[in-house]
Design a protein. Sequence first.
Lengths: 109, 112
Amino acid sequence: GQNIDQPTEMTATEGAIVQINCTYQTSGFNGLFWYQQHAGEAPTFLSYNVLDGLEEKGRFSSFLSRSKGYSYLLLKELQMKDSASYLCAVRDSNYQLIWGAGTKLIIKP
Amino acid sequence: DGGITQSPKYLFRKEGQNVTLSCEQNLNHDAMYWYRQDPGQGLRLIYYSQIVNDFQKGDIAEGYSVSREKKESFPLTVTSAQKNPTAFYLCASSISETNSEFFGPGTRLTVL
């Protein structure tokens, strides 16, 4: 079966750095996505990786290793507004998105 | 402004009633999707459509139906056959199946 694993919850301090990991086992691979979802709201697109390596976008970076079935989302200079769930999703061989359950990130002052 | 709209934001229905959730987009996207989100679980695909007048079942299509008569619209009907319909329903669209998906604000359906 297809599976996306991410930690259920993480806590970090305002101003610090946090890394959210995602491991996947899917039938085929056509890209990995990270989304942010605030409570009660819709997910919003953060990043996309299809080749190995690091993609940087402001305070957020995303890394991919296809051989290891592994990705992480790195958030720097954490702000209180970064408190949200972070969803990892992989597009499989049928081009469908397979979603992880999300990591709830709690930021403390 | 371009975007995806879903209405209503909150919906209450009695058990045994069919209900239709609307999804409209003015992004000129070909592909549209319906997901269901339950606490502690990843998004699960109900139905998707890659082009007008064509749609495919996702992983949990039983008890749901859709139509795609216009490019802009992809309504979802939750029928009385859906055994556990209370959930947060999200509609999404993308330029094509290979691109990132953009989500509407969602409809929270509660069946009493």
